[in-house]
Design a protein around this ligand. Structure first.
Ligand SMILES: C[S@@+](CC[C@H](N)C(=O)[O-])C[C@H]1O[C@@H](n2cnc3c(N)ncnc32)[C@H](O)[C@@H]1O
Length: 209
């Protein structure tokens, strides 16, 4: 299983935003959508062995995490608007407990942020922080169940770095230049695919675009 976590430091976790204003009013939800697309889509298929976690960390009191599971999600399309709609549907869903609530098949939401997510994923894989100061990707061998961590357009905070270092996250570098998160995901997918072939459903059989 490959897991991707993107921490959004500006995304509005209320879901009370319009799909016409993803890059501004929603707080760079457009960026999360592009990361989701790079995590899941092959040219004619969807990676079933991928889970994506969008952590809405902007408000300390209203943190939420949306989970998309490639093995179960249906009608996920490779465009930002419809992907944002799925995030929005998860964010506005009500729940009574902080743990995962299933909103649709393969789409869930929890009322917690990065710290609780990392506790939830404990024992499920190896944490890999994508960071230009890490081990060069060329000499790195992917672990069996990598859990990749990326920030959005805002750097990880000192507290987040300390937290990730404290639990032993590996740092892996794609080189000295900063890339967009979706490009970083595409590069790491290409690299991991060389070691572990993707598990993919054919697009047409699952009604994908
Ligand atoms: C747009 S970048 C973040 C830029 C942000 N200004 C910062 O300083 O963190 C989004 C994410 O892509 C990943 N990334 C970008 N370039 C990378 C590189 N050269 N090596 C490893 N990861 C990279 C990192 O995980 C980063 O948090």
């Amino acid at each position: 299983m490959r897991r991707f976590i993107t921490v959004s430091h500006t995304g509005d976790s209320s879901g009370n935003w319009t799909l016409n204003d993803l890059a501004a009013g929603a707080g760079r939800v457009d960026l999360l959508c592009r990361n989701i697309q790079s995590a899941f889509f092959l040219s004619h298929g969807l990676r079933e062995d991928v889970e994506f976690y969008a952590v809405f960390a902007a408000s300390p009191v209203r943190q939420k995490t949306v989970r998309i599971q490639g093995s179960a999600i249906q009608m996920l399309h490779p465009d930002e608007r419809s992907t944002a709609a799925r995030l929005q549907q998860a964010l506005v869903a009500s729940w009574s407990v902080p743990d995962w609530k299933d909103v649709q098949k393969g789409l869930s939401v929890a009322a917690f942020g990065l710290e609780e997510l990392l506790a939830d994923l404990k024992g499920k894989g190896t944490l890999v922080l994508l960071d230009p100061k890490g081990e060069p990707v060329e000499s790195w061998t992917p672990p069996v169940d990598p859990i990749f961590l990326l920030s959005d357009h805002v750097p990880f905070t000192k507290a987040e770095y300390a937290q990730l270092d404290g639990i032993g996250a590996q740092r892996v570098s794609l080189g000295p230049h900063w890339y967009h998160g979706n490009h970083a995901i595409a590069i790491i997918q290409w690299q991991v695919d060389k070691h572990q072939a993707p598990v993919s459903a054919d697009a047409r059989s699952r009604k994908l675009a």
